[in-house]
Design a protein around this ligand. Structure first.
Ligand code: SF4
Length: 463
């Protein structure tokens, strides 16, 4: 759960990075960082907190340059404090290099142990540092790869790094004179390319291009390495993957609804989930109420498919972050009550279908059902526009441990009783898979337990 952004080829690149990463704030709220190259050196600013609050104009004035990368972090591996804030920087044989990374590696611990055994020093506790440390560990030019003369020095180190790591990585390297964007061969996390005048942009989601009035160009494909420097743009596919495993949870919940990821408009996919939920459901109630904001788009699909009125029965206070983000249950509980308020004007005496995108621990749903009933709803029927979450994620989304997932501990009827709803229904896994054109290219392991990559050693989780 992180957002990455990169820009090459524009004066004041740090400002474009600032606005671009601000548009990705929903992907991480713990820390923000920007690294900038002026062709001479790489400088950075990293702060704990939200983009707008943490980064000041004076910070940007100190790091002005022609290319930049930026990151917002929500830790899924390593300590959550400032030490692992990205971009990470390291002095390598190519000079100073910075990197931003979205995803999780599944072989971090054995690989780090191997490098430490060779005498490599690590300054951080996140898997991202491997992408810098491995640059100095070896070189590889896979068969059939013809390197542009400008790439002969650096890319063998990047290809070697890719050959050693396993897992999810959409990342951007900042070298003094170039950007190198890399997406893992299974393509777990999204990475998009954009254009703005002569500048080339990279971002986790297309919404980062909208704020800059830049053009969405294309996706960086699974397994692709894209180099941008003063000589142009070059693309390589050093490794073929047996299969792709794009994260379907990005479409269910994580990406912003106006974004384009994995060749899908998130809004259309999410609305379709709501429509399919309606087709699988014979319930007819008075009104459909979305849980804001994540349930809004599927609720539109559900209400339109049913021909029922969509009403804002829950009003969100926008000055509070998402409850998913807080690290402890107590904090999450308080946040639910802080941020959601029932709208009695539409709820009193009504039979309500309430729509949310997912049900993970069940505690938020329990509070919402109780809140709607206290506000006068006659019946509250909970509908979830994704299947039960039954497994944790090892590829970069912060889901709880297996034991904390309510669908792992309880049968459907027991979950219904726990949350206090009059009925409960999830979207089926079969229907969810029909939302995308090639479901075999997606990971849905947290819904199916069908994990595309095994974790080597102990899974690195902090929650
Ligand atoms: S396990 Fe779930 S959250 Fe993780 S990559 Fe797969 S679909 Fe996404």
């Amino acid at each position: 759960m992180c957002g990455v952004f990169g820009v090459f080829g524009v004066d004041y690149a740090e400002r474009y990075a600032f606005y671009g990463i601000y548009a990705l704030q929903h992907r991480g709220q713990e820390s923000v960082g920007i690294a900038v190259s002026d062709f001479e050196t790489i400088r950075e600013v990293k702060k704990v907190g939200l983009v707008l609050e943490a980064i000041r104009r004076e910070d940007l004035e100190k790091i002005s340059g022609y290319s930049a990368i930026a990151h917002v972090r929500y830790s899924t591996a390593g300590d959550p404090g400032g030490i692992n804030s990205q971009p990470l920087l390291r002095n390598t044989r190519f000079g100073r290099v910075a990197v931003v990374h979205n995803g999780n590696l599944v072989n971090y611990l054995p690989l780090r142990a191997e490098l430490e055994h060779k005498g490599v020093n690590f300054m951080h506790t996140s898997d991202t540092e491997l992408f810098l440390a491995l640059l100095d560990d070896g070189e590889l030019i896979p068969d059939g790869i013809d390197l542009h003369p400008s790439d002969e020095r650096i890319l063998p180190g990047v290809f070697y790094t890719m050959s050693r790591v396993k897992g999810a990585y959409s990342l951007i390297y900042l070298f003094k004179d170039r950007l190198v964007a890399v997406r893992d061969p299974m393509g777990f996390r999204p990475l998009l390319m954009g254009r703005f005048k002569d500048a080339v942009l990279f971002a986790s989601e297309s919404c980062a291009f909208d704020i800059l009035q830049a053009e969405l160009w294309r996706e960086v494909k699974p397994g692709e390495v894209v180099v941008v420097d003063s000589q142009g743009i070059r693309s390589y596919f050093p490794f073929k993957s047996q299969r792709k495993a794009m994260c379907i949870f990005e479409l269910v919940y994580f990406s912003k609804p106006e974004s384009f990821v994995f060749e899908n408009w998130v809004y259309k996919a999410r609305k379709r989930m709501g429509e399919l939920l309606a087709y699988e459901d014979d319930l007819v109630m008075d009104i459909v109420v979305p849980v804001p904001d994540s349930g809004l788009v599927p609720a539109i699909g559900y209400a339109q498919a049913k021909g029922l009125p969509l009403e804002l029965g829950i009003i969100r206070n926008h000055y509070v972050g998402r409850s998913f983000i807080e690290p402890t249950q107590e904090l999450r509980d308080i946040k639910v009550l802080m941020k959601l308020n029932p709208n009695k004007a539409v709820l009193e005496g009504k039979k309500v279908v309430v729509i949310d995108d997912s049900l993970v621990r069940g505690t938020t749903s329990k509070k919402i059902v109780g809140m709607l009933k206290r506000a006068g709803a006659k019946e509250v029927h909970m509908r979830i526009s994704s299947p039960p979450v039954i497994g944790p994620c090892y590829y970069g989304i912060d889901t709880p441990t297996r034991d904390e997932l309510i669908a792992n501990r309880m049968e459907l009827e027991d979950i219904r009783k726990f949350i206090g709803a009059d009925s409960l229904k999830y979207l089926s896994l079969e229907s969810l898979r029909t939302v995308v054109d090639s479901p075999q290219d997606f990971c849905d392991a947290c819904f199916s337990n069908n994990y595309p990559l095994e974790v080597e050693g102990t899974a690195l989780r902090i929650r």
